[in-house]
Ligand binder design. Structure first.
Ligand SMILES: *Cc1c(COP(=O)(O)O)cnc(C)c1O
Length: 396
């Protein structure tokens, strides 16, 4: 039996009748730009995520750019973000005309090392952009106090982490802006591209709505230079069918993650770091894991509710991650390297990276990380196959 990394049809086809109904509703409405479908979806998302404003946008990427534009960030400004992230985080900073300043990450939770970020503050820093990677919140108390000391806005890249909790609070609404992605592989997966920008600030929400449609209000009177960053009514209608199932999807991902963690931890050489709150902030240097460890399991902080967009292993030892991946591929088990090259090593960002700067954890994570199937509809028998393959690898 093969185990795909993701099986979108199992989730979507279970809702086929309702999805067809939503499509027909939009078809017959004749309204294909904004309007009540988008507004209705935005209101549901805002209520679900506990924020005042949710703004439907064309992608998570465009949402990040829109947040930066709404804050007036551009040429001459610096924005601090982690190097170990998806490209869009840093790409949008550069597209806004600003300089991405890369911080290192924690080896255990994969999120930005806030102590390292603090060392990268300069008088030109205009915003902080933490990423809630793989479904787990970044260390937001530390991020917010770092930002508040300098009155800097915080843009949460929550593309992978809609409805994840940090100390009981939903991500996205903790900072100035939050962004969720509706890309098909994200936990609320759409039928094409889409995203949501959230904020609790009324003025910034109004500005973002204006910039989403070319900065005009009313139409053809342009106060700002905006863009076309609109979510389609068709996506909004289809996603309104899926949103009521979001908690069930997350519950299944969580159950899958704990099954993996229990089963995998029994294999000699596989270990889970136990995370104390301060570990993330002091994660420089060596691993606090057994010397004979070969695979490190992802472990959520006790104060976080992880939504498991990815279940990401660290495979220790030079070349070992790629060996495990080859073995999984040979057994028709899907896996993916998120992400093989940290942002400070990307060719397009070379001019932003100071000579001799080193981000050892980001580089290590790029060499060690491997994500295995975790989607909600994954079956126990499929997970058992993945566990057996990993056991074979470790014991070989
Ligand atoms: C997916 C993702 C984005 C971009 O979202 P799109 O909807 O694909 O444009 C941004 N940041 C992170 C961390 C992501 O995972």
């Amino acid at each position: 039996m093969s185990v795909p990394l993701l099986d979108l049809n199992r989730q979507n086809l279970a809702l086929e009748g309702e999805l067809r109904g939503a499509f027909e509703r939009v078809l017959h409405s004749g309204q294909f730009i904004l309007g009540p479908e988008v507004q209705g979806f935005e209101e549901k998302v805002a209520a679900f995520c506990g924020v005042r404003h949710a703004i439907g946008v064309s992608s998570g990427t465009d949402g990040i750019l829109l947040a930066l534009m709404s804050l007036g960030i551009g040429v001459g400004d610096e924005v601090i973000c982690p190097s170990f992230t998806f490209f869009a985080t840093a790409g949008c900073i550069a597209r806004a005309g600003a300089v991405p300043v890369f911080a290192d990450s924690c080896l255990y939770c994969f999120n930005m090392d806030v102590e390292d970020a603090k060392r990268r503050l300069t008088p030109r820093t205009k915003a902080i952009m933490p990423v809630h990677l793989f479904g787990q919140a970044a260390e937001m108390d530390a991020v917010m106090s770092m930002a508040e000391r300098r009155a800097l806005p915080v843009i949460e890249d929550a593309a992978q982490s809609m409805a994840a909790l940090y100390k009981g609070r939903q991500v996205g609404g903790i900072g100035t802006f939050g962004i969720f992605s509706l890309f098909p592989s994200k936990n609320l997966g759409g039928f094409g591209d889409g995203g949501i920008v959230v904020t609790n600030d009324d003025d910034l929400a109004a500005r973002a709505r204006m910039l989403r449609a070319h900065g005009a209000k009313p139409k053809y009177f342009h106060k700002f230079v905006g863009g076309n960053f609109r979510l389609d009514p068709l996506q909004a209608a289809l996603l309104s069918v899926k949103l009521p199932h979001y908690e069930e999807y997350t519950a299944r991902r969580r159950a899958n993650a704990s099954y993996y963690s229990q089963r995998l931890a029994r294999i000699p050489g596989v270990t889970a770091a136990s995370l104390s709150e301060s570990r993330c902030l002091r994660s420089k240097g060596g691993d606090a894991i057994p010397a004979d460890a070969r695979i490190v399991l992802p472990s959520p902080y006790a104060h976080n509710t992880h939504i498991w967009n990815q279940y990401t292993l660290r495979v220790l030892g030079k070349g070992k991650r790629d060996e495990l991946r080859a073995l999984l591929t040979a057994k028709k088990i899907g896996s993916e390297v998120y992400y093989p090259v940290p942002m400070h090593r990307q060719e397009c960002f070379a001019r932003y990276v100071p000579e001799g700067s080193s981000l050892p954890n980001a580089e290590r994570l790029s060499n060690e990380c491997l994500s295995i199937p975790i989607f909600p509809e994954l079956e126990r028998s499929q997970q058992d196959e993945v566990v057996a393959a990993i056991a074979e690898f470790v014991q070989a």
